[in-house]
Ligand binder design. Sequence first.
Ligand SMILES: [Mg+2]
Length: 397
Amino acid sequence: MAPRWPRQILFGDIDAMFASAAVLADPSLAGKPVAVGGPPPRGIIAAASYAVRRFGVRSAMPTIQALRLCPQLILVPPDRPLYTRLHRQLQEVTQRFFPETEWTSIDEFYADTTRLQTRHPDPHLLGRAVKADILHTTGLTCTIALASGKTVAKIAADAYKPDGLAVIEPGSEAAFLAPLPIRSLPGMGPKSTEAIERLGIRTIGDLLLPRFEPALVRHLGTRLAAFQSLARGVDSDPVVAERETKSVSHETTFDEDTNDPAVLEPIIHGFLETLAHDLRLEGLAAGAFTVKLKDAHFRITTRQRTFSTPLNYDPDMWPEIRRALADLLQPRSRYRLVGLGLSDLVSAPEPLFDRRQRDAVAALDRLIERHGSDIVRLGALPQGDARKKNRRRRMPD
Ligand SMILES: [Mg+2]
């Protein structure tokens, strides 16, 4: 029986998730040079199967360039509802095994398995069981790595892909890392890597050699100590489990009861803008929403709907919410309170498919942070006008 580890972290990463999902949807694509992405001229590759990686095709590469490298490439459009469904199934598996899971992307997770060692004393058997359950539940293969820290587990998984199982025993971290290229270390960007490689320093092990120390200090400065700790396998970064907040909401009570959509819509829309902004900052997306109304007799009615895929960009969310509000409004009722909740929060999948939209949204979020949400409107609703209208309608008591 394997010895008990003082700390044990399990990292899981689905192999070429989007490309593998395309094969699940259409099994005739199995083994073929599939890539998921947008069409040329402006599209980019979101995920490349292992068959096209052999040609040098990588994710985030312009599709036009990928087609030059691999003319027989089969381009498949992204299928976000499918990815969301697969992510939920993956969560079912992790919930079966682990009390807490940290998702770092739609297909990557960490779990602290230190306390699971009583039930699963052999990390190889635990890793194999998780892999088998993921394959059985989703049809996807994954690579699992167990190590004493997150960084080593992640690096090991990258080194053992695809369909791999890596167990880096405590005490063997530095020896495992030593022969790997320095660019395998998180935080070691292409620029630093290039500069350091020019000094003749190529491997993670080289970072610990005293003869390179002066040159490394010149290039990495105070960051060197952190890289050296990682190179020794020292990494106590904790697994931060999924956040408690499964929903966010906002509501307000009116001075004057109303049933006028021209008053209610802009208020709900304003809530949506604020809540969606918060989700984007937290890297979350909402799978569902609830519109809530309280009438003059304090009766509460709600309408809950799910989005076809988790969203955090308010212009995409608004049409559904607006329809739900319209369905909920009763012509004879007047309302004293309106609220909006966003729920089924999940880690937001990186919107790889439309970088320009992502950059624009990020720029707006920075503006909102600096100046408050009133100066920037992602949607086109004239909220200010409607507020004035509300004020005009106010009757004296
Ligand atoms: Mg993956």
